[in-house]
Design a protein around this ligand. Structure first.
Ligand SMILES: *Cc1c(COP(=O)(O)O)cnc(C)c1O
Length: 303
């Protein structure tokens, strides 16, 4: 085994007594100081597979602020793989030193190839992969967002026997790998709620491919206009949550998740007495990059 991840603690979240709800947040953001919880879990069995195949290079894709790119770069550095990151946006090549995610990845030894948005859409075609093999030699391909069967297997390790008493498990959804692992490892009496961080009807279909239980649902009201889109209400919520609970949330995933969970509680979605476990999947490395963009627009930042 390449690495063994510690189970994270469930932290109680203070709600007004009148809510009648018992809410906990699983601090997966604590399983590693730099790498967001779920991205590390998704890599675990993929790294083992790459090692088993004697593959010394990892190649993956992502946007300029991607938690996944940061995780691949760091894991490569830590476990002795060369890493290649294909970054969406060919205008970014001269932004490496001003973009905190790319700077971090480069410091971990990642080699970049910047590609146009249209080329990026074609990235999983055989032609494109063949051209990458011609350019870089053999590599282990980690899909965008890190989601594949082995990633889902890694995410099946997030829930533990001590989590069996929860009625609901709530998580943010990007590609659907994390929620798939939660669904597969959940008890039959538990309901898994996914809060997509982006618009897209393809998610249910993606998740269905990976799971063996039907006790899940997507809550699609809290994407705030799309991937990495934010507004003042969301930033205010993240800052207030940090102040009252002393827990940082990221603006792309976990901020939207907790905003959504709070709204559902307010709306009476959950029966009184429900025990809810939300998953803090990490992503905190993205705050610096988001703040730089908010500042540019003259908007309030994440404190
Ligand atoms: C990537 C990511 C997610 C989404 O995970 P998927 O498995 O792609 O659905 C959620 N939270 C954080 C912090 C992430 O970085």
């Amino acid at each position: 085994m390449i690495f063994n991840l510690q189970h994270s603690i469930n932290q109680h979240i203070e709600l007004p007594d009148s809510s009648g709800i018992d809410l906990y947040l699983k601090r997966e953001d604590h399983i590693h100081p730099f790498i967001s919880g779920n991205k590390y879990r998704k890599l675990k069995y993929n790294l083992e597979a790459a090692k088993a195949a004697n593959n010394d290079t990892l190649l993956s894709f992502g946007g300029a602020f991607s938690n996944h790119i940061a995780a691949v770069a760091f894991a490569g550095h830590q476990f002795g793989f060369k890493t290649i990151g294909l970054i969406r946006g060919d205008e970014l090549f001269d932004k490496i030193y001003t973009n905190p995610t790319l700077k971090f990845a480069q410091d971990c030894g990642m080699q970049f190839k910047f590609i146009s948005r249209s080329a990026y859409r074609e990235k999983h075609t055989d032609e494109f992969i063949d051209s990458l093999k011609a350019e870089f030699g053999t590599f282990y391909l980690v899909p965008e967002g890190g989601t594949n069967d082995l990633a889902v297997k890694g995410c099946e390790e997030i829930l533990t026997t001590t989590d069996k008493g929860f009625d609901y498990v709530c998580c943010a959804v990007g590609t659907g790998g994390t929620i798939s692992g939660l669904i597969n490892s959940a008890q039959q009496h538990q309901k898994i709620l996914g809060f997509p961080a982006l618009k897209g009807d393809f998610l249910s279909h993606n998740i269905s491919k990976f799971v063996n239980q039907k006790n899940w649902e997507l809550i699609t009201d809290f994407h705030f206009g799309g991937y990495a889109k934010v507004n003042e209400e969301l930033i205010d919520f993240i800052n207030a949550f940090k102040k009252t609970q002393n827990i940082p949330l990221d603006p792309v995933y976990t901020g939207k998740l907790m905003f959504g969970v709070y709204k559902l509680i307010e709306r009476g979605f959950f029966k009184k007495g429900s025990k809810i476990l939300a998953i803090h999947t990490g992503g905190l490395q993205g705050i610096t990059g988001m703040n730089a963009r908010l500042k540019q627009k003259g908007l309030a930042i994440i404190e």
